[in-house]
Write a protein that binds this ligand. Structure first.
Ligand SMILES: NC(=[NH2+])NCCC[C@H](N)C(=O)O
Length: 323
């Protein structure tokens, strides 16, 4: 049976350095309305309470900005993701910034502690820093290190205070104890803007990244088939789509950390559809749409909505028609 889809709106932007990704959800809804598409009206949704007022507080955590509030945000998101999955629904999450990945993965592991998780992370960034290596202090650059328990201390550049260090340990244990994702069960698509500490860790852990050029040269179906082969031992797959994986020059700069030479939206759709065809995907997330930074009207949100619509349409159709 195909589970019914549950939309989780997580309007949190405090893991990013620039404000406004909390408005990405509303920008996508407006894009849908303007296209005459009733997705946001038809799909059941839950909203996660935000802590975005944290931007007004003094922040002592230079190596993990607003980390205390992000622990709470991710804890709450994890609870809702877990409830959704145990209620046999399929969570589709729209988040502000990508620190949400900690909450989502923690929720999946809370729901299925004994199952092996595979993650396909479609992003321009590796998001594998820890407070010890981050150049910015922004938590949206750290979600994968948190769930994989990778502090990467051999590349340490920061002195981390005790509050940040304690909150980081809390982030690692959200939802379920232990490592939630093993490096061999993570596959990147489109990563092209990293720092040396990330490059070293990726190499050391042997994490696979399919670059935009490789995907074009080898073909989408080939790369996805290979990626899925790598995740053959995984019982379930989470697809995390950061819109900055797309080409900011060709599509839009409506995202906090835009990067050129990325994917086209059609490529993202084909890749995601191929991943969904495995039947193993149990959760899908879109992040980092920031309409305040968009120099092309509401284009990033329009494109992000088209992708959401395309990848969820078969699921929606199946459960409304009972196929
Ligand atoms: N999810 C994102 N947009 N991440 C951007 C991270 C950028 C940079 N690596 C940092 O840690 O600050």
């Amino acid at each position: 049976m195909i589970p019914s889809l549950k939309l989780i709106k997580n309007r949190s932007d405090i893991g990013a350095g620039t404000r406004g990704s909390d408005m990405g959800i509303d920008a996508m809804e407006i894009a849908a309305i303007n296209k005459g598409n009733h997705f946001f009206h038809q799909v059941a949704f839950t909203e996660i309470q935000t802590r975005n007022e944290a931007v007004y507080h003094g922040d002592e955590d230079a190596c993990g900005r607003r980390i205390g509030q992000i622990v709470e945000q991710c804890r709450q998101l994890a609870e809702v993701v877990c409830e959704t999955l145990t209620g046999k629904e399929f969570p589709v999450i729209i988040s502000g910034d990508h620190s949400s990945g900690i909450g989502t993965i923690s929720g999946i592991k809370a729901a299925f502690p004994d199952k092996t998780l595979g993650v396909i992370w479609i992003d321009a960034h590796a998001d594998i820093h820890s407070p010890y290596t981050t150049p910015s202090g922004n938590l949206h650059g750290m979600p994968l290190a948190a769930v994989m328990h990778q502090d990467n201390l051999s590349c340490r550049i920061n002195d981390v205070n005790t509050h940040t260090a304690a909150a980081w340990e809390l982030l690692k244990t959200l939802g379920a104890p232990g490592v939630k994702l093993h490096p061999e069960h993570l596959v990147y698509f489109g990563v092209r803007d990293t720092e040396p500490a990330e490059d070293k860790l990726i190499e050391q852990l042997g994490i696979q990244n399919y670059t935009v050029a490789q995907v074009r040269q080898l073909g989408i179906q080939h790369c996805i088939a290979e990626a899925l082969e790598r995740l053959a031992a995984c019982d379930m797959i989470y697809v995390s789509f950061d819109v900055d994986s797309m080409d900011c020059d060709q599509i839009s700069d409506g995202t906090g950390t835009p990067v050129p030479e990325g994917f086209a939206s059609g490529e993202i759709i084909s890749m995601t559809e191929a991943i969904f065809r495995t039947g193993k995907v149990i959760c899908y997330e879109i992040v980092e749409v920031n309409p305040l930074l968009d120099h092309r009207g509401n284009r990033m949100a329009e494109v992000a909505f088209d992708i959401l619509d395309a990848v969820t349409r078969p699921m929606l159709k199946a459960y409304t028609t009972g196929e």
